[in-house]
Design a binder for this molecule. Structure first.
Ligand SMILES: [Zn+2]
Ligand SMILES: [Zn+2]
Length: 222
């Protein structure tokens, strides 16, 4: 478990798509937020138990299947709200439909959101405030969450890459706009924890990410 700026953070890699679920808690209050519980609810809750934290809320970066499959399993055990951007409702519905086609009746319903996050808003538990940054482009309602020097970037920004923009509702222009105008405003030492693969930092991506270098070059040429 990493302890950074009085927060405790654990990543759990879940499911076929190797999605990174994160549990983040205030070291002081032990109240925790689960980000993107994509699959394997028992394992996620086992990690939370091991951390000795109280999970209070589920906050999602977006509604793709690989980020939402454990939500109902967690809610069956802990009656906690599930929050997401409201532009993700159609994405959630599509995810649900395709998973049902694939899994047949073995899938319990993906719950509807209990509330919505919006740009510049917050997701809070005692001692911990996640700041919501709307970064559409991978999906219309994709958000990133920033807290005390950490950025949870969902499928928007990856180490050396960016999220796919060829899925329904995706937009290459929008994703690059959000990354260059919002995420690159964060300090270089911001640790980036993406929805897949390894962690990185804003500085590393500013200097090495080929998509970002290309977008910045084009901006300069304008
Ligand atoms: Zn996705
Ligand atoms: Zn994903």
């Amino acid at each position: 478990m990493a302890v950074i700026n009085e927060m405790e953070i654990r990543g759990v890699v879940v499911g076929t798509f190797q999605e990174n679920c994160y549990i983040i808690s205030s070291q002081q209050t032990k109240e925790a937020i689960i980000i993107d519980p994509g699959d394997e609810p028992e394992r996620i809750l086992e990690v939370a138990k091991d951390m000795g934290v109280n999970v209070k809320v589920i906050a999602n970066s977006h509604g793709h299947g690989d980020h939402v499959m454990a939500i109902s399993g967690i809610k069956q055990i802990h009656d906690i709200p599930f929050l997401i951007h409201n532009s993700e409702i159609p994405v959630l519905e599509r995810s649900y439909q395709s998973m049902r086609d694939y899994l047949g009746d073995n899938l319990s319903d993906i719950p509807h959101p209990d509330g919505y996050v919006e740009d510049n808003g917050k997701v809070s538990v005692a001692g911990l405030d996640l700041h919501v940054i709307h970064t559409p482009g991978h999906t219309p309602g994709s958000v990133s969450y920033f807290v005390n020097g950490l950025l949870f970037s969902g499928d928007t920004l990856f180490r050396g890459s960016i999220g796919r923009t060829d899925l329904p509702g995706g937009s290459y222009e929008q994703i690059m706009e959000g990354i260059t105008n919002k995420l690159l405003k964060l300090p270089d030492d911001t640790i980036v924890l993406p929805g897949h693969m390894l962690q990185t930092s804003i500085g590393e991506e500013r200097n090495n990410n080929p998509f970002i270098l290309d977008a910045l070059r084009k901006k300069q040429d304008k």
